[in-house]
Write a protein that binds this ligand. Sequence first.
Ligand code: ZN
Length: 533
Amino acid sequence: MRLPIAALLALLCLTRPADAQTVPPAPPKLIVAISVDQFSAALFREYRPHFTGGLRRLAGGIVFAGAFQAHGTTETCPGHATILTGAHPARNGIVANYWIDFDAPRADKRIYCAEDERAPGSTSGAYRVSEFHLRVPTLGDRMKRADPASRVVAVAGKDRAAAMLGGHEADQRWWWKGGRFVQNHADAPAPVAEQVNAAVAAAIAVARAPLTPPPFCAAKAKAVAVGRAGSVGTFRFERAAGDAAAFARGPEMDAATLTLAAGLVHQMQLGRGPATDLLAIGLSATDYVGHRYGSEGVEMCLQLMSLDSDLHGFFTLLDRLGLDYAVVLTADHGSLDLPERAPGSGERLDRAATPGAVGDAVARQLGLPGPAFVGDWYLASTVPEGRRGEALALARQLLAAHPQVHATHTADEIAATPLPSGDPAGWSIVQRLRASYDAQRSPDLFVVHKPEVTAIPDPGEGYVATHGTVWDHDRKVPILFWSPMLIAQQRDDHAMTVDIMPTLASLIGLNVPGEEIDGRCLDLVPGQGSNCP
Ligand code: ZN
């Protein structure tokens, strides 16, 4: 191992000499930050013995197997926003995938996290992709501020993943839409994306045979009946020629995303410039598979084995290019399997406990002109100012009597709680919700269902299982750091995804004032040395 100058100087100051394994690694020339959507800590643990490719490589690095997306509203946009900002949603502003803004300058008051509603004609369903709502800088923004020669690229299946990982100053930012990778028109051109899109179109045009599961996946193939959704548990990702939608919701999506990422590395010569570059990758297919088929069937097994293999190919390519790179891989949230697979393990949410049903009951009892709630527990504008307290109290009373409701909290209660710090495993529910709370964007009421309740009352095709709760099955995710310079470690400490940004910053000597973030630098160097300032 070649010692960096700074580490040598630090060594000279030590009273006891350290060996080469206990000094901070030299700064990498390329940071690769990967988010696997819905890759829970439970899935990582279950499949870890079976990984033979890229995930096996990362599992041989520094492994926080039970880390946390610490906040309470465990959705995709908030989860992605924590990873490269070092900030909880309470600070970064991304409290949910959607929120209600009654002051929005348009008729549609539902706001998408990754849109700019100021754009003419924008709606929550047809929007201009933007990081406008993200209130803090990302690692890439800080890198470019420190050295404008740093390049920042984000590639993802989902637009909100690309927006939240890419931040405000990304050089290129790509996501999947309607059968191809796109970016906003103002963004830089990239001929390689056209090549990848052409290759993707050619792949979609050809039918795909069912995947052949390895024996441990085949053992999971058992049909489970799920209401209107028919049955899940045995699908092997066969696809008709020309079916772009099917292409996008399985393993092929992640392979395509990694292909574009690799193409941009090559085209932009990432990792070969004068400053460290950042490549952020959002791999979305695991989430699509989880929502559509749950997390314990042959489908998830095939998805994760494909992902493992595709990541191997991606890393092998970076190796062949001779790049000096460091990787972090984590997830935006975990998940809960569908309740029907293991009867007795959980249940579906009763419609009587949904905002629609409770809002109707409150309106009826108080004689209000319309439903008392819009969206997820925002008091409707039709509730008179003087009756808001009364409406909230009645809703809480109705919910408290429901057997699936664990607790309810008003926005005022959450706002009065200090932002939590320390070990996220010990945070109370109110503290978890506080980390997700923003006075302008959060709802008026937080309703916490019991841990094994799936908030999909009536599952349909494509949507049988989900996440989003305050419970650890949705909060716990792996965080894996890998570079050739890092020594393997299994870590039991409860790292948080907000710790990723300051940790990566430390690897490249980038100063991040502690008061600007919620995370802390994780010491990745065993013994006396430290990567942290
Ligand atoms: Zn997600």
